[in-house]
Structures are given as structure tokens and as C-alpha cells.
Design a protein around this ligand. Sequence first.
Ligand SMILES: Cc1cc2nc3c(=O)[nH]c(=O)nc-3n(C[C@H](O)[C@H](O)[C@H](O)COP(=O)(O)O)c2cc1C
Length: 207
Amino acid sequence: MKVLLINGSPRKNGCTFTALTEVAGEIAAQGIETEIFHIGNEPLRGCQACGRCQKQKLNRCTFDDDPVNRCLALAAQADGLVVGSPVYFAGINSALGALLDRMFYSGGGQLAYKPACGVVSCRRGGAGSAFDRLNKYFTISNMPVVPSQYWNAVHGNTPAEVRQDEEGLQIMRTLGRNMAWLVKSLTAAADSAPRAAEKRARTNFIR
Ligand SMILES: Cc1cc2nc3c(=O)[nH]c(=O)nc-3n(C[C@H](O)[C@H](O)[C@H](O)COP(=O)(O)O)c2cc1C
């Protein structure tokens, strides 16, 4: 069993990483493997709405020159997913948004029924709206959202400040334990997962 943690920050060892490390430590303590994937600083285009992934049933993005498909392949193989983002103007950072838009639009079906959660890191404000945005990717993709004891945010502008956020770090550890519990429970119950119950309807509000 393995949980993939995506660090959406361009700062590899920054505040988001500090939060994810706390989550990963608790998942590992419960006997589950973890891997942190850094989206890094490479240029990352937004979704071009070309529709090739859908028309050609690629199950991946047609553009293969950045981390999107590598990240999707790792997530598809994992049993659980944690996505971490710094808060930028009360939202997730734009490079991470570009990656998640393309990853979930082209290959989100491969992530169904895997437990998932978002984690956000901010200096002062906007954590709620960023957290809400992350959860939207999971709940549109049949991914059960892992709970914690509060909404999943840490506060600080540097890793040292985050390490002073006692409550934030406790929220991360609780999240890690709950992720491990759900990964183990859902792995045990894999045979009863609902698979493609109905063909998906898309009506665009016109009928
Ligand atoms: C472009 C930009 C916008 C930001 N907007 C916010 C914001 O709206 N609210 C906030 O509290 N912090 C904001 N911050 C601060 C970061 O969210 C905060 O420092 C975060 O912990 C950085 O995480 P990282 O070290 O993983 O990148 C912003 C930082 C940048 C670079």
C-alpha cells in the first residue's frame, strides 16, 4: 500500500513540504509507504481544452513535456492521494491548478475510489477557499475525502514558523492517521467498490 503526496509549491522544502512531511510521517508510522512528488519549477501549461485526451481516450494529457503525466501515473498506482498547496491570493497556486486541471480532466477516472485530501499552507488568510478548491477535484472524481480534526491548514511563511504551529501540525498528524485507516479499510473492501454504475450524463443545463 502506498500514498502519493503532491507538493504543489515551487519551494521544494518550504511550508507546504513541512506540512506534507508531518502527514507522511504518520502514514508511514501506520505501515504504509509514502512518496512526495514535487511539481517543481518547470513551466507548466494550463489545459488547452483541445479535447484530445477525451476524443482519443488517452487516459493522460496529450502534452507530455512537463510533470503532469508523470504525476498522474504515480497517482494512478497509489492507494491514496494527498495534495498540498501554498495559498496564493486565497486560492491554490496557479502551477498546481494547471497540473491538477489536466491530470483530473484527462485521467481522473483512474483515481476513483482512492481516498484523498488537500492540505494548504498560508501566512495569514485564504486557507478556506484554497482548501475548498482542492476538495472539488476529489469530489467530482468519486474519491472519498479523508477527514481530520479541523480544516487542513498550517500557518507560517517559513518552515520554522510552520513548526511552531502546534495545532496545524496536529491536524496534519490526525489526517495521516485517518488516511492510513481509510487506505487499509478500502483495500480490505476493494471487492465491494462500486464500478461504473451508470454511463455518465452531461446536460450543460440546456435540457
Ligand atoms: C504570489 C503569492 C501569493 C500569496 N498569497 C497569500 C494569501 O493570499 N494568503 C496568505 O496567507 N499567504 C499568501 N502567500 C504566502 C504563502 O501562502 C505562504 O508563505 C506559504 O506558507 C508558502 O508555502 P511554501 O513555502 O510551501 O511555498 C502568498 C505568497 C505568494 C508568493
